[in-house]
Design a protein around this ligand. Structure first.
Ligand SMILES: [Zn+2]
Length: 300
């Protein structure tokens, strides 16, 4: 018999197939990773406050041209009179060193200090109302610059205006989500805008000029004599600047002829006379465009 088999097959007896090279490579990681780089006191954590998210309503003009808004934000702030002291667990280093005795001698491992979460400081004096980190909920006015071209759903990041971090950390950010204010008169459809324009029966018959609002200010438009209800005027490039391309949308003005709903005695007699004489009757030529033709023309 040779002795080879007696120890249970080569190196196998020494604990589950691990050889000495493996063991030392693991120690190498520990020593190399945590202690090799030097600069022992540099491990203190910079704690960051959490981000806050608010919604802000903007009308079309504000979204297109940009604006400045001052809003009130409820946020965690370091309370007045809150003081901190050096963490006694880690002596301010933010790091806890654990020493383990092993068969190879003493081994050290470093972790973030559990008492101060690695910032090296703990609360000392905490004013009434503040939490254990010295933070208290307060209103703050924040002025936000909204750049031109904002759109529904866009998120602006205002650095450092979120919640404070406890004791010397960096405040979080204020995330501002843009919401489009529903406009009673102007409707958005992609980059194009639509609005209804009501003209009187007399204006439609005689023709007129009307001022209408656009995102670039008021624009004067001409309503031709004999304009029919349902006519759509297209104002080129009076819509919104495109986000994806360099183009600009159009403004569509939908003309509605307002039928009088209250007639004086004289007016009533006037219209009755027109009717008797067969005047001012509807006289479609057959070339009038249907609603669908008008819509199709707009997108040709
Ligand atoms: Zn500590």
């Amino acid at each position: 018999m040779n002795g080879g088999g007696g120890f249970g097959g080569g190196g196998g007896g020494f604990g589950g197939g691990m050889n000495m090279d493996d063991i030392f490579s693991q120690f190498g990681d520990i020593f190399g990773g945590h202690f090799g780089g030097g600069g022992g006191g540099q491990q203190r954590q910079q704690l960051r406050g959490s981000n806050l998210r608010v919604r802000i309503k903007l009308n079309l003009e504000e979204m297109v041209n940009g604006t400045q808004k001052t809003i009130k934000v409820k946020k965690m702030k370091l309370a007045e009179g809150a003081t901190s002291k050096t963490c006694s667990t880690c002596n301010g280093s933010g790091v806890q060193v654990k020493v383990m005795n092993t068969m190879f001698g003493q081994m050290q491992t470093q972790t973030h200090c559990g008492t101060c979460q690695g910032i090296g400081k703990v609360a000392d004096k905490i004013p009434a109302g503040a939490n254990s980190q010295g933070l208290i909920k307060e209103d703050e006015e924040v002025t936000i610059n909204i750049p031109a071209g904002a759109r529904e759903g866009i998120q602006l990041n205002v650095r450092g205006k979120g919640n404070d971090a406890p004791f010397g950390g960096t405040p979080g950010d204020l995330l501002v989500v843009v919401e489009e204010e529903v406009d009673a008169t102007i409707k958005r459809e992609g980059d194009n805008l639509h609005q209804e324009l009501y003209v009187s029966f007399a204006e439609a018959a005689l023709g007129t000029h009307k001022e209408i609002p656009t995102v670039g200010g008021k624009v004067k438009i001409k309503v031709d004599p004999g304009t029919q209800s349902g006519k759509i005027l297209r104002l080129s490039k009076k819509g919104l600047p495109s986000i994806d391309s360099y183009g600009t949308g159009d403004m569509f003005v939908h003309i509605n002829v307002w039928t009088p709903t209250h007639l004086s005695k004289e007016q009533k007699e006037f219209f009755e006379k027109q009717l008797e004489n067969g005047e001012m009757m509807a006289e479609p030529s057959g070339k009038e465009k249907t609603f669908f033709e008008k819509v199709r023309d707009l997108f040709d």
